[in-house]
Design a protein around this ligand. Structure first.
Ligand code: SF4
Length: 325
């Protein structure tokens, strides 16, 4: 399945023909042309679409630096968690169609104007064929800016092998240790095992985030795993951290995120509020007890639990600048 030569646009596009770009394995043709393109679970055809392109200052310090991370938020998602903080673009179709060359040009502009420290593709896996092509164009131009693949953790090892030559940094989530919770909230009971395999492959390719192992201010290569703490789900977080520790050891860089905020009314009542300080402290204390040596911590902010329309705690992709940071 790996395209020979690996830089031909047409070779990459072939991956959309019977789409198995993520472990959902929909096996449908997302390609246009003579046939009507189909949409799989991710909700996207082979028409590249983005929700936001621009510098972002909300990532971990070695990714954000002083100039920001050059983010490209893709529309659609292969995971579609029911609580997604970016639901406007992941679930509800917000985004603009863009050609790969146009996106390549916008990325070049962003580098030239803002001097961002990296190009950070957020949720890229269902558009990997386009992203691989754009990265190959950047490389051909001699731009050695780090390429970040910021993912849900729900990736297949096979696709990650395709991604290896196009990525420098992986920022995977590890969301669930509990398969019934993964089934309930993301319709993927196999998430815990699939994501551990994916992280293992990412680490084989890139190792631990280099900035954690040296005195580099800005990361150039490696893996940093993120975990979003969900309200009322401390046990899931504790077990997720334990699994990561047992699989990958104390040197694995971990980012504990507490920014969860209710988006739309959720059937799971505890997801209609933010994470409490007590819940956060319990999870942080477990991470410290395990002995993780490279822990990034985002402490919970106190504020309202209002939903999207009025909340400053969530990105709003209807705006030119969706993030308050
Ligand atoms: S990328 Fe989309 S269409 Fe392809 S397998 Fe995943 S969910 Fe299905």
């Amino acid at each position: 399945m790996r395209p020979e030569g690996s830089t031909s646009y047409q070779d990459y596009q072939e991956l959309y023909s019977s789409c198995r770009l993520c472990p959902r394995n929909c096996n449908i043709s997302r390609r246009g042309g003579v046939c009507v393109p189909k949409k799989g679970f991710c909700g996207e055809t082979d028409q590249l679409r983005v929700g936001y392109i621009g510098p972002h200052f909300g990532e971990e310090p070695p990714i954000t630096g002083t100039n920001g991370s050059g983010t490209v938020f893709l529309s659609g998602c292969s995971l579609k968690c029911s609580f997604c903080q970016n639901h406007q673009i992941s679930h509800h179709g917000l985004g603009t169609s863009i050609g790969p060359v146009e996106l390549f040009n916008k990325i070049q502009d962003m580098i030239g104007t803002h001097h961002v420290h990296n190009i950070n593709f957020v949720t890229p896996d269902h558009f990997f064929p386009h992203i691989f092509y754009i990265v190959s164009l950047l490389r051909k131009l001699g731009l050695d800016i780090p390429i970040v693949f910021n993912t849900s953790g729900y990736q297949s090892v096979e696709m990650l092998k395709h991604a290896e030559e196009h990525s420098d940094i992986y920022l995977p989530d590890y969301k669930y240790s509990d398969s019934s919770m993964a089934a309930r909230l993301s319709k993927c009971p196999d998430y815990p095992a699939v994501a551990l395999d994916a992280i293992s492959e990412m680490l084989r390719q890139k190792g631990f985030l280099d900035a954690c192992l040296s005195d580099l201010d800005i990361a150039k290569k490696g893996v940093l795993v993120r975990h979003l703490i969900l309200p009322g789900q401390v046990e899931n977080s504790i077990n997720a951290l334990t699994s990561l520790f047992l699989e990958f050891g104390a040197q694995l860089p971990i980012s504990l995120m507490s920014q969860y905020h209710p988006v739309l009314p959720h059937a799971d009542e505890c997801l209609n509020r933010s994470v409490s300080k007590e819940e956060f402290d319990q999870v942080l204390s477990h991470a410290n007890d395990l002995g993780f040596e490279h822990l990034f911590v985002q402490f919970p902010e106190t504020g309202s639990d209002d939903l999207q329309e009025t909340s400053p705690f969530l990105p709003d992709f209807r705006l030119e600048k969706p993030f308050r940071q």
